[in-house]
Design a protein around this ligand. Structure first.
Ligand SMILES: Cc1cc2nc3c(=O)[nH]c(=O)nc-3n(C[C@H](O)[C@H](O)[C@H](O)COP(=O)(O)O)c2cc1C
Ligand code: SF4
Length: 364
């Protein structure tokens, strides 16, 4: 029988267990996306905490494109030294770390008047109302190149893998969504057209990092709204990515933070409400022959162990539980199996960094 603490593999990397830290923006970089010293402490704690794979917060691939303040950047070679130090430190402490890269787009309230924000079509974002500049084919080429350049930097800086953010209503997810994507060219319309940008981005990244470097994607199993992307859209995109050699898929869902039933970040009041994308992820994992990672409301070991036994889901990712307890996995490994202390109260976003206000894990 499979066990959560088994070693497992994503592409060429061996993880010491099946737990993943899902990407979590820490709000600890400056306005240029340069990490502050405190960010290192966050990753040191996670590395000591025995997590199989740590995924960084979303890092910008284009200068000035910060969907939220304090996000990291990877849009320029000058970040090399800082990230090299970060990966070396995480490795010294026994951790493995992948960087999440992406383009946010109109799902933002941050400095929207100061910048041109790309989107598939000139449509107001559902939650923020921000209207995108419809991307030209030239913009699309620039974006694809920027993903490739960023992934090359990620590899060079010593990360163990790169994850593309294709979920939660950010730009790549918007291309999949019939609500946001009204294009009439080869990037809009049928699902093979709406998925084309993600596949082009993946191809470009692969051509830069080679086949031995793990490439992952985080994608919505469904946008959870009637106008958004569906389970079938996700399945199509994942199948194509698998054919092209992607190493693992992290399944999330939802498009906005407000409104619990639609959000990727929900309240979890009981064990029955945990793993809120499990049904969709179970169906998708059944169809794919690569590691599938589930995220969203995972709190109890027995819930995850049951999913591991009964489905083809391989790994389990958490975000807020590691804000509440960076050393959660080490605690579980030591034999204290009580569930994560996180109350899902969503008080972890503050102006001075995203940390757990309830359990005061503020080291900044
Ligand atoms: C403070 C905070 C920051 C987040 N930042 C990111 C991010 O940078 N990239 C991402 O894909 N998801 C991000 N998320 C979403 C989480 O990765 C995760 O999908 C979601 O919180 C559900 O998992 P959980 O119930 O374990 O928290 C963030 C969530 C929180 C609470
Ligand atoms: S503030 Fe609330 S939701 Fe955030 S980590 Fe702490 S307990 Fe969990």
């Amino acid at each position: 029988m499979k066990n959560l603490f088994d070693e497992t593999q994503i592409g060429e990397i061996v993880l010491k267990n099946r737990f993943v830290r899902s990407a979590t923006w820490e709000r600890l970089a400056n306005e240029k996306g340069e990490p502050k010293g405190d960010l290192f402490r966050v990753y040191e704690d996670l590395a000591i905490g025995d997590i199989g794979l740590i995924i960084t917060g979303l890092s910008s691939i284009i200068e000035g494109e910060q969907p939220h303040p304090g996000m990291m950047g990877i849009y320029n070679d000058r970040f090399h030294g800082t990230y090299k130090r970060l990966t070396e430190r995480v490795h010294e402490l026994g951790g493995q770390i992948a960087m999440q890269i992406g383009y946010g787009g109109t799902r933002t309230h941050f400095q929207t008047e100061k910048r041109i924000i790309w989107g598939p079509s000139e449509i107001p974002e559902l939650n923020t109302g921000v209207v995108a500049k419809e991307m030209s084919l030239e913009d699309i080429t620039t974006l694809i190149q920027a993903f490739g350049d960023a992934a090359g930097r990620v590899k060079k800086a010593g990360f163990d893998g790169v994850q593309v953010h294709g979920a939660h209503g950010y730009l790549l997810g918007q291309f999949l969504s019939p609500y946001h994507n009204r294009r009439l060219d080869q990037y809009g319309g049928t699902i093979s057209n709406r998925a084309r940008l993600i596949l082009d981005v993946y191809s470009e990244i692969r051509s830069r990092v080679g086949f031995s470097f793990p490439v992952l994607i985080k994608i919505n199993s469904s946008d959870c709204i009637s106008e958004g992307s569906t389970l079938q859209d996700c399945l199509y995109t994942c199948r194509e990515l698998v054919k092209m050699g992607i190493d693992a898929i992290e399944l999330s869902g939802g498009v906005k933070l407000a409104g619990n039933p639609y959000s990727p970040v929900r309240f979890v009041a009981s064990e029955a409400e945990e793993a809120y994308f499990a049904k969709e992820a179970t169906a998708i994992a059944e169809e794919l022959d690569i590691p599938v990672i589930l995220v969203g409301g995972l709190r109890s070991l027995n819930v995850m162990q049951r999913l591991l036994n009964d489905t083809k889901i391989d790994c389990f990712a958490m975000s807020r539980p590691f804000l509440a307890e960076p050393k959660l996995i080490a605690r579980w490994r030591s034999g204290d199996y009580s569930k994560s202390k996180c109350l899902s109260c969503n008080q972890c976003k503050t102006d001075s960094g995203n940390y757990c206000k309830v359990f005061k894990n503020k080291k900044i």
